[in-house]
Design a protein around this ligand. Structure first.
Ligand code: BG6
Length: 492
């Protein structure tokens, strides 16, 4: 059997990296709107400009620890890439038509929480924001495209981050629950596929979840994780209550991993990393409770999570319908990592794998690792699986005639889709669909750059905000069109 009929083929984006329209139509600021650009290949991080508790100003790297009481500000003299991004807000009709032309039948996009509730916790939702998404979903319907909506993708409302320590606080969880209520009731019948929290497993800092002191204060990190799990479970439960047709999935940065050698110490290092990095998050959201090793670890570390009556039931009742994940590269784990050379990866660093090549940003390219990951997930959970991010971040050149010759990206896509086909045909994994990342160029989440492009559609916009935002089809657009229209049969 090859890809089943009705297999979901599409592309993925996130509002904070794509939508722009910062403060338009009643939108409020999110943490992503306070993040500057950076330069990934030269080690220059994205930054937050903060006002400290004593009134002084200080800058912090996006993934650095932000001290308690610091508030991120938006300086009118600084360039922030999310404010315009690649302007889906004003190009949505054109972009959705391009998606349909490419042969997509699914569109993974996220809703900007602050377009629905400008501060995150307002008394009433913003009708103009709701209407924007209704228009988008109706257009999708017209074009035969199913929306796959990420409820929360790296865009904690700035107000909740600055005033409440983001997801550390129960207040943020409660605000999120109200946000979910609005989404499920107002978009009922227009959206049937949902993802709860994007990459829930790399989500404890200020950049992702508005958390201060995420390293020095382990209690904060664990409390944030716990609230995210409850938020995800609430979304699943509520979504099913409002419309039993809803299919709701978790989303994890999968990152396959290998032991450096067959030395049991290295093998244990890999298992221990995999437990902490990904399986913990899958186990809680698929099984509905914390695994024993995690409960014991929290006890050993003296961390007591603040819970409320009904929480345990909610976790058990809010288990997901499917497992979705991002897959870009794989990691290597060793008992003594300092003895081996390091490289970059999706939001974290790892040991370089001597058998594999890397992108210009140091991300390992490993198609077979995708087959290994799909099998591991399926073996462990036995629920449908979906790859909701995968792709090749690279510098592209648009020629004078508008063409972009991105053969490297085509090779990346071909080798990964070939492996997906093997996984379906030979391994029997229940794979639902595929939405490669940044099907159209968007701002990089990790580095804030535009030059790190993933798209099959080029957008004229550079790292400093110059460009007319016009769209052009890259060579990969035509390649993906052929793949999608042949339901994954024609991969040459
Ligand atoms: C994932 C995110 O981390 O990877 C996306 O869900 C992100 O938001 C993607 O853009 C690629 O990472 P980057 O840093 O290259 O944009």
């Amino acid at each position: 059997m090859s890809f089943p009929k009705g297999f979901l083929w599409g592309g993925a984006t996130a509002a904070n990296q794509y939508e722009g329209g910062y403060l338009s139509g009643g939108k409020g600021p999110a943490v992503a709107d306070a993040l500057t650009g950076g330069d990934g290949r030269n080690g220059i991080p994205r930054r937050f400009i903060c006002e400290l508790a004593d009134g002084t100003r200080k800058e912090f790297g996006g993934r650095d620890e932000i001290p308690a009481g610091a508030k991120a500000i938006i300086d009118p003299d600084v360039y922030y890439p999310s404010h315009v991004a690649t302007d889906f807000y004003h190009h949505w009709e054109e972009d959705l038509e391009l998606m349909a032309e490419m042969g997509c039948n699914v569109n993974r996009l996220s809703i900007n929480w602050t377009r629905i509730f400008p501060n995150g916790d307002d008394a009433e939702p913003n009708e103009e924001g709701i209407q924007f998404y209704i228009n988008v979903f109706k257009k999708c319907q017209e074009l035969g495209i199913e929306p796959l909506v990420t409820i929360y993708h790296f865009d904690c409302p700035l107000h909740l981050a600055n005033e409440y320590d983001g997801w550390v606080s129960r207040h943020t969880l409660e605000a999120f629950e109200r946000y979910c209520d609005v989404l499920f009731t107002r978009f009922k019948g227009l959206v049937h596929y949902w993802l709860t929290i994007n990459e829930i497993n790399i989500n404890t800092n200020f950049m992702m979840n508005g958390v201060h002191e995420h390293v020095s204060n382990k209690q904060n990190a664990e409390q944030c994780r716990y609230h995210l799990f409850l938020g995800s479970a609430y979304a699943v439960k509520k979504g099913h209550e409002v419309d039993p047709e809803n299919k709701i999935g978790l989303m994890i940065a999968h990152g396959g991993s290998y032991p450096w050698s067959c030395d049991p110490e290295d093998v244990w290092a890999e298992l221990d990393t995999a437990h902490h990095f990904k399986w913990f998050y899958g186990d809680v959201q698929v099984r509905g409770y914390y695994p024993a090793w995690k409960v014991l670890e929290l006890e050993r570390e003296g961390i007591e999570i603040a819970k409320e009556p009904g929480d345990d039931e909610l976790l058990r009742e809010g288990t997901v319908d499917f497992y979705s994940f991002s897959y870009y590269s794989t990691d290597v784990c060793a008992a003594h990592p300092e003895e081996h050379g390091a490289t970059d990866g999706n939001m974290h660093r790892s040991i370089a794998n001597p058998y594999l090549k890397q992108t210009e940003w140091g991300w390992t390219i490993d198609p077979l690792g995708l087959r290994i990951s799909l099998n591991q997930i399926w073996d462990r959970y036995q629920i449908p699986v979906m790859i909701v991010e995968n792709g090749f971040g690279a510098i592209d050149v648009r020629e004078e005639d508008g063409s972009v010759h991105d053969q490297g990206r085509i090779d990346y896509m071909r080798t990964h889709i070939k492996v997906m086909k093997d996984t379906v045909e030979l391994d029997g994994v229940d794979l639902m669909g595929y939405t490669p990342w940044g099907w159209i160029d968007v701002v990089s989440a990790g580095t804030g750059e535009m030059r790190k492009r993933y798209g099959f559609v080029y957008v004229d916009m550079d790292d400093d905000g110059n460009g007319d935002l016009s769209r052009s089809r890259k060579d990969s657009f035509y390649y993906m069109q052929k793949v999608y229209k042949s339901n994954g049969e024609d991969l040459d």
